[in-house]
Write a protein that binds this ligand. Structure first.
Ligand SMILES: Nc1nc2c(ncn2[C@@H]2O[C@H](COP(=O)(O)OP(=O)(O)OP(=O)(O)O)[C@@H](O)[C@H]2O)c(=O)[nH]1
Ligand SMILES: [Mg+2]
Length: 442
């Protein structure tokens, strides 16, 4: 995610570190590099100019220049300004005092509104809320079905509106809200129709729906891959119907970052969540500070830790880390780790949260796909406890026995042992502890 921008900005940070002293000349050079990186990432021109001016003003101050670590100071300024650009602090969803709180999702066609309705419903349900899903998209015949299928998958209620009912929208919407109130559903999450382009018809329709529902959150859903187009249409929606927050989707793709970096400054609205995959659990709280660190190559260790805490047994993780540090990493540990990886999401997702180019660079070369995790688990299950703690004793005949026992090939056993050795070797090289203690987190 945002690899190119991240790569270019990391070069600037490296350049600054290499310079030692900060002068007007090398600062101008660094700012030029930053400007180019941002423009290439499709960040709004005005936003870039303001950003540049603020960095320059702060970086060329006496206390920075005369400090012992001027480059570090400048890097911190860049990070802080980027955090501000992304919206300072995380921003939570609003709920209204009277039930139900209504969330209305709007945006262009294919931005991810329907999927995001499902993701949001799942998230609030996990926080002990009782969401009700409804779609007022009557344009596409499949639109109702799509949301209904999502609701079913999540085991959450869905209110079916017919186009007959929607012939008098005010009445129909009132009935939905009444239904939600009667059954104490909260929030009521409303999916709407998208259009290929912003047009007056759509805006008029959405405006009327908004007026009838009076939602506490009108959430603009924007596709991060479309860059400045997403920002422009967000402004248009804000102007015509008014939005309260933003969710950016498809940040798992090869979005260049322009949308994320311009959205808040241009619209003045906070990004509350980001979509990072098609599946319904791939919605993350948007943390401006972590995002800035991630883009600057400082890695999003906090998000990773948070996810790990949610998905895994914390004690087990601690123990595993301790064993890794002590180089006691056995095949049992390897298996535990595979299981945790399986629980936490794909390995590539986990790795994208780690500091790039840092000590984890090598680990990202390890490729383990989800199917293999299943095979590997079966293979390790077929080993004796002794073999697991001391894999060195696994000779040819043992390999054959293990393969047979797990229903796999000897080559699979070999591959597993190779991957285990590789991981062990990389853990050793990675100096986990040093990385964790030196990571700048404020
Ligand atoms: N990779 C990825 N795909 C996403 C994400 N969010 C949505 N999608 C995909 O984007 C496509 C469109 O999503 P929908 O939820 O149908 O979009 P929509 O805004 O409801 O579209 P319309 O109702 O046609 O306006 C689907 O294939 C989704 O799976 C995301 O965060 N990451
Ligand atoms: Mg839809």
């Amino acid at each position: 995610m945002l690899d190119q921008l991240s790569g270019r900005l990391q070069k600037v940070m490296k350049f600054l570190r290499g310079e030692g002293k900060i002068t007007e000349k090398n600062m101008t050079e660094a700012l030029k590099m930053i400007r180019m990186a941002f423009l290439e990432a499709d960040v709004n021109y005005k936003v870039v100019k303001e950003f540049e001016a603020r960095i320059k003003e702060k970086a060329l101050k006496e206390e920075v220049l005369s400090s012992l670590t001027p480059a570090q100071q400048v890097i911190k300024i860049v990070r802080d300004e980027m955090t501000a650009m992304l919206g300072h602090k995380e921003s939570k969803l609003n709920f209204s005092g009277s039930l139900p709180s209504i969330f209305m999702l709007v945006g262009l066609q294919g931005a991810g509104k329907t999927t995001t309705c499902g993701k949001l419903a799942k998230r609030v349900a996990e926080n002990k809320k009782h969401p009700l899903l409804v779609s007022i998209d009557m344009k596409r015949p499949a639109a109702q079905d799509q949301l209904q299928i999502i609701a079913k998958e999540l085991g959450l209620p869905f209110y079916e509106l017919t186009s007959g009912q929607m012939a008098s929208p005010k009445k129909a919407l009132k009935a939905v809200v009444e239904h939600a109130r009667e059954h104490s559903y909260d929030p009521l999450i409303v999916d709407t129709a998208g259009r290929l382009h912003v047009d007056e018809d759509l805006m008029q329709e959405l405006y009327l729906v908004k007026r009838a529902l009076d939602p506490v959150e009108t959430i603009y859903v924007g596709d991060a891959m479309t860059g400045q187009d997403a920002v422009k249409s967000a402004s248009f929606f804000e102007e015509k119907i008014g939005v309260t927050s933003i969710i950016l989707t498809k940040l798992d793709g090869d979005a260049r970052g322009g949308a994320a970096l311009s959205m808040v400054s241009v619209t003045g609205k906070p990004i509350k969540f980001v979509g990072v995959g098609e599946k319904l659990d791939r919605l993350e709280v948007f943390h401006p500070d972590r995002m800035a660190s991630r883009i600057l190559g400082m890695g999003d260790v906090l998000s990773l830790i948070e996810r790990a805490e949610k998905e895994t047994d914390l004690k087990e993780t601690e123990e595993l880390t301790r064993r890794m540090l002590k180089q006691e990493f056995s095949l049992d540990d390897f298996r535990k780790q595979l299981l945790q990886i399986k629980k936490m999401g794909s390995l590539s997702q986990i790795l994208s949260d780690l500091p790039v180019g840092g000590p984890f660079k090598n680990i990202s070369k390890l490729k383990i796909d989800d199917q293999k995790v299943v095979y590997f688990e079966a293979i390790i299950n077929s080993m004796t406890p002794k073999e697991r703690t001391n894999p060195k004793i696994i000779n040819g005949s043992r390999r054959l026995r293990i393969a047979k026992g797990s229903g796999r090939q000897v080559s699979d056993v070999n591959q597993l042992l190779k991957q285990y050795q590789e991981m062990k070797r990389m853990m050793k090289k990675s100096n986990f502890k040093k990385m964790m203690s030196s990571f700048p987190m404020s």
